[in-house]
Design a protein around this ligand. Sequence first.
Ligand SMILES: [Zn+2]
Length: 348
Amino acid sequence: MKFFDFLCLCAFLVFCQLSFSNNDSIPTVSTINLEKTPYKSIHKFWLEIGKDAFNNPIKVPILIAKGKEDGKTLGLTAAIHGNELNGIPIIQSVFNNLDVSKLKGVIIAVPGLNSVAVFNNKRRFSDQVDLNRIFPGKKNGNTSQQIVYQIYHKIIKLFDFHIDMHTASFGRTNSMYVRADLRNNTLAMMSRLQNPDILLASKGNPSFGNSASQTLRATAMQQGIHSITVEYGNPQVYQPEMIKRGVQGIQNLLAWLNMTEESFSLSKNTIVCSKSNWIYTDKGGFLEIPVSLTQKIRKGQVIGILKDPFGAIIKKYIAPEDGIVIGKSTNPICFSGSRIIHLGILEK
Ligand SMILES: [Zn+2]
């Protein structure tokens, strides 16, 4: 066999390894060891983060691309809410189109962070806890606290830069928008590079009744990791347009971080919002929403029409101020206190 043929065969075998999966051949590990990972290579494995009721490992899928030399580490986490799926094919496509021989630094990606919820078609973990409300978890806490502790210490702490990939939740639809602390120039630039419809200023440090419990993004930022949240459309679906834009955003970020040799481009169409609010019903009924995602609306404009089952109007809801529609409900069935739209207030 000629040397060139040998190289082609090697390249083909690597391609097969990346493109076709046999779960039996993918190893399960208990920790990620970046130092022992060879340069110029892509690895996939299962990382154990706990035990299920059969005492079998609870595993999350990990993809690692280690480039030609040391550098920054970019983390990509998809589906901490198990019904928010668009981030998974975004990660797959970024890796399929990556030339690891030219990469500087490391990409660690998790295409299915809340793996138990993903295969249950649920937002929350098996104990009905929202994992994105209890970071950094507890080593000896309850089930979900232990899972989050493992995720945080085994995966998140390895990152320098991080994108947490979400979508709307059940019964809602989202534009492509980013939540980030825009007072920080690095976070603002990471956000702009995603070329989202809307960029929403959000400090990301809410505590949930317990100051030790917060979002993944807030905890990562406290650790000194540059972390933003990107919302890619709708739950429990793959949306080709969102996936394409998501891939371009990650590739833009890699270029800006000098991890690849590509160039990046910024959209002039991104709208910046300084704050946002959900607007809720105060009565029950069947809701019609006569405004669209990313539509700019004026104070006093009708944003929701609530009807009884016979078609009579119970109440019309109007916008309390000028703004833009970041997200909206898709479920017409409303109790009092149901969501109508997520209204972004444009930066002055
Ligand atoms: Zn989410």
